[in-house]
Design a protein around this ligand. Structure first.
Ligand SMILES: CC(C)(COP(=O)(O)OP(=O)(O)OC[C@H]1O[C@@H](n2cnc3c(N)ncnc32)[C@H](O)[C@@H]1OP(=O)(O)O)[C@@H](O)C(=O)NCCC(=O)NCCS
Length: 156
């Protein structure tokens, strides 16, 4: 997909887009109140949005910057815009932003059954390091903990 942009969340309207993508993508979606609470500390909470179809938010990634690590909390593309390379572009943008912020490592948790996301992350250099048994609810499922390190080769 050619006509898109990835940039920091700008305003309330962007947050509306994030909430919509969130609710379309996860069985336990974060609420607007949770995001507003997160955004009180912008030195820790960072959100990148993907704009396509004009200025519409069609994807986002919310992550924390903690010392020299980023913790990816949520990353999703709206179902109508998947399989067009936007997820890959977003992961690349997040890792570039992480490096710009001085982070050398990135981590996230993913449902064991989420083959799509696992494949996406592994292609960008994330590696499985641990499993948290029964971490997720609705449905109960193991979480896989993945790590990325600066300088480690991706398989794109
Ligand atoms: C995971 C997600 C972000 C991928 O977004 P996307 O825009 O469809 O991804 P892309 O089009 O950039 O695809 C990138 C790669 O992801 C993998 N992928 C994407 N969709 C896939 C599918 N249905 N099956 C298998 N692999 C898939 C492939 O490796 C793909 O590369 P390819 O198209 O060259 O085969 C999207 O499916 C999503 O939002 N899922 C729901 C939320 C979620 O699970 N987030 C991750 C939680 S940690």
């Amino acid at each position: 997909m050619q006509d898109f942009a990835i940039e920091p969340l700008a305003d309330e309207r962007d947050l509306d887009g994030v909430i919509e993508v969130e609710s379309e993508s996860f069985t336990n979606p974060w609420t607007r109140e949770m995001y507003i609470s997160e955004l009180r500390d912008r030195s820790v909470c960072h959100i990148l949005v993907v704009r396509a179809g004009g200025l519409r938010v069609v994807g986002f990634c919310a992550f924390w910057l903690i010392c020299d690590e980023i913790h990816i909390n949520n990353l999703a593309i709206h179902p109508s815009f998947r399989r067009r390379g936007l997820g890959a572009a977003l992961v690349q943008a997040v890792l570039a932003e992480a490096e710009a912020l001085g982070a050398a490592r990135a981590t996230l948790e993913v449902r064991a059954s989420n083959v799509t996301a696992r494949d996406l992350y592994e292609r960008h250099g994330f590696r499985l390091t641990a499993t948290r048994r029964g971490y997720y609810t609705n449905p109960v499922e193991d979480a896989l903990i993945l790590w990325w390190e600066h300088g480690r080769a991706a398989q794109i």
